[in-house]
Design a protein around this ligand. Structure first.
Ligand SMILES: [Zn+2]
Ligand SMILES: [Zn+2]
Length: 438
C-alpha cells in the first residue's frame, strides 16, 4: 500500500482527516441539502421524470467515449483505478454516460416511447481543490431519451427554471443557443476559422488548440482578451441548416407559451463536444459573474456513439454545491433548521419514567427531543428554547406526584396543566390543528 502523499513520515500517529478535496456535510447543513433534494424530487414528480440509481464506477472506456478523449475531464480529472482482475474502472465524473449505458443495456427504448430519467448523486473528479470545488461533489440531472421533438428541449429548460423558482430563486433565466448538427456545423467551423485566422496569434494557447480541433469551443475560454476578440465572430444561427433553424424556432415558441424567461445567447458553446441543436444554461442574476446554475442540451448522437441504436436525447445537469452557495448567498434558505415539535423535560427518576411513556406515545407521529444528561429543569428549558422546540412538556417531582404534566406552548408562552396520560393526545391534536407536526 502506498503512503498518502498528504501525510509526512512524522504524521503516522495523527488523527484522520477527510481526504483532500472532500468534505463532511454535518447536521447543521445537511437539513438544507435535504430540503433541496425534496424540492428537486417533487419537481421531478410534477414533470414525471423517474429516478435512476447508477453504479458509482463504470468501465473507464465508457467515459472516454461518452465524454470525449480530448476533454479535460477525461484527460486530467478522472479517478481511474485497476481492480483485482486488472479491469480499468473509473468513479463516475458525470451522469449522462452512465444513464445512456443503462438505457442501452436494459433496452429502455423499446416501443419507441420517451424515457424520462433523473438522478441526484455524488460525482468524482480529480480537480485542484478551491473554494466551492470538491473532488467528490453532487449533481442532479435529467435525461429524456428517444425523441427529436423540440417540446422535450423546452420541457427540460422549463423544469430547470421551475426548480430554481421553487427553491426561491425567482427570476432565474434561461440562455439558449443552437449547437447545430453534423449537417451544418462543418460549414460554420470553416467560417469561424476563416474569420479568426487573421487574429489567431492574439488568442491564448488553449484557444489556438481549440481553433484546430473545434473552433466553437473558443467561446468557452475564460480569458477576457479572447472573448473580446470573439465579439465580432459570426453567429452560428446564420449557418444553421433548415432543420436546426426550425427546431430552434420551435423551442423558443414553446418557451414563450410556457412563460419561461429566456434569452438567445449565440456566444454559448457549452464545454462538451457531444451537444447537437439546443444548448442552454440557466442563470440567476443575483449571483454576479458566475451566475450559471445548470447547463444542458440535446445530444442526438451519443446513444449511437455508445453502441445503441441511433436515438435522439436531451438532458441537463447541475452542481448541487453551487446551488447551495447560491441559496445561502441570496438569503433564500432559512438560516435555522426547524426545531423538534416537542421537548419533554423531567426531573428525578420517577418523572423520567412517566416522561418515557409520554415520549414513546408522541413519537408515533411527532418529533420529540428530551434530556439525556440529568440537567436541571431550568437547563432543560433553555435547551428546548435553543433547539426551537414548538412545545415543552414539563414533569417535575411535584407533577409526577400528582400525576400531571405542564404543557407549554413556546410561541405564545401559554401553559396548561393536564393529566399525564392525556398529554400525548392533547399535543397531537394541537399540532395537527396548527398544521404542524412532523
Ligand atoms: Zn443542422
Ligand atoms: Zn482563449
Amino acid at each position: 500500500m502506498r503512503e498518502n502523499p498528504d501525510r509526512t513520515a512524522g504524521d503516522r500517529h495523527m488523527t484522520y482527516k477527510a481526504p483532500r478535496g472532500t468534505r463532511d456535510v454535518l447536521p447543521e447543513e445537511s437539513w438544507k441539502w435535504q430540503r433541496v433534494e425534496r424540492v428537486f424530487r417533487a419537481t421531478a414528480d410534477r414533470f414525471v421524470y423517474r429516478e435512476i440509481r447508477l453504479p458509482v464506477f463504470e468501465e473507464t472506456e465508457l467515459f472516454a467515449r461518452g465524454i470525449g478523449d480530448a476533454t479535460d475531464i477525461v484527460r486530467k480529472e478522472m479517478y481511474t483505478f485497476t481492480d483485482r482482475k486488472g479491469r480499468s474502472l473509473t468513479l463516475r465524473p458525470e451522469g449522462t454516460a452512465g444513464v445512456v449505458r443503462s438505457f442501452i443495456e436494459h433496452s429502455m427504448g423499446r416501443g419507441s416511447r420517451l424515457t424520462k430519467l433523473y438522478y441526484f448523486c455524488p460525482m468524482f473528479r480529480y480537480e485542484r481543490p478551491q473554494a466551492g470545488r470538491y473532488r467528490q461533489f453532487w449533481q442532479w440531472g435529467l435525461e429524456a431519451i428517444g425523441s427529436m421533438n423540440p417540446a422535450v428541449d423546452a420541457e427540460i429548460i422549463h423544469f430547470s427554471v421551475n426548480l430554481f423558482e421553487s427553491l426561491g430563486l425567482a427570476g432565474a433565466e434561461a440562455r439558449i443557443n443552437s449547437a447545430g448538427c453534423p449537417t451544418c456545423t462543418p460549414s460554420y467551423n470553416e467560417l469561424l476559422r476563416d474569420r479568426l485566422a487573421g487574429s489567431l496569434d492574439q488568442f491564448c494557447a488553449d484557444c489556438q488548440v481549440r481553433y484546430e480541433r473545434n473552433p466553437r469551443r473558443m467561446f468557452d475560454c475564460k480569458n477576457k482578451h479572447c472573448l473580446e476578440l470573439l465579439k465580432d465572430a459570426p453567429s452560428i444561427l446564420e449557418s444553421l441548416c433548415d432543420e436546426c433553424t426550425q427546431h430552434f424556432a420551435s423551442v423558443q415558441d414553446l418557451l414563450s407559451r410556457m412563460s419561461v424567461r429566456f434569452v438567445v445567447d449565440t456566444s454559448m458553446a457549452r464545454g462538451l463536444d457531444y451537444y447537437t441543436k439546443t444548448v442552454f444554461e440557466v442563470h440567476y442574476a443575483g449571483l454576479g459573474a458566475q451566475s450559471a446554475l445548470c447547463g444542458g442540451g440535446r445530444y442526438d448522437a451519443l446513444v449511437e456513439e455508445l453502441g445503441g441504436a441511433a436515438t435522439p436525447a436531451c438532458g441537463v445537469s447541475s452542481g448541487v454545491e453551487r446551488l447551495m452557495t447560491a441559496l445561502e448567498d441570496t438569503g433564500v434558505m432559512a438560516a435555522r433548521e426547524p426545531g423538534p415539535s416537542v421537548y419533554v423535560a423531567s426531573l428525578g427518576s420517577d418523572a423520567a419514567l412517566a416522561a418515557a411513556t409520554v415520549i414513546a406515545e408522541l413519537r408515533k407521529s411527532v418529533s420529540v427531543e428530551t434530556d439525556y444528561q440529568g440537567r436541571s429543569l431550568k437547563a432543560q428549558m433553555k435547551e428546548a428554547g435553543k433547539l426551537g422546540a414548538g412545545h415543552v412538556v414539563i414533569i417535575g417531582e411535584d407533577e409526577v406526584a400528582r400525576g400531571v404534566a405542564v404543557v407549554k406552548n413556546m410561541t405564545t408562552g401559554e401553559q396548561d396543566e393536564v393529566g399525564v396520560e392525556k398529554v400525548a393526545a392533547l399535543l397531537v391534536e394541537r399540532l395537527a390543528s396548527a398544521g404542524g407536526g412532523t
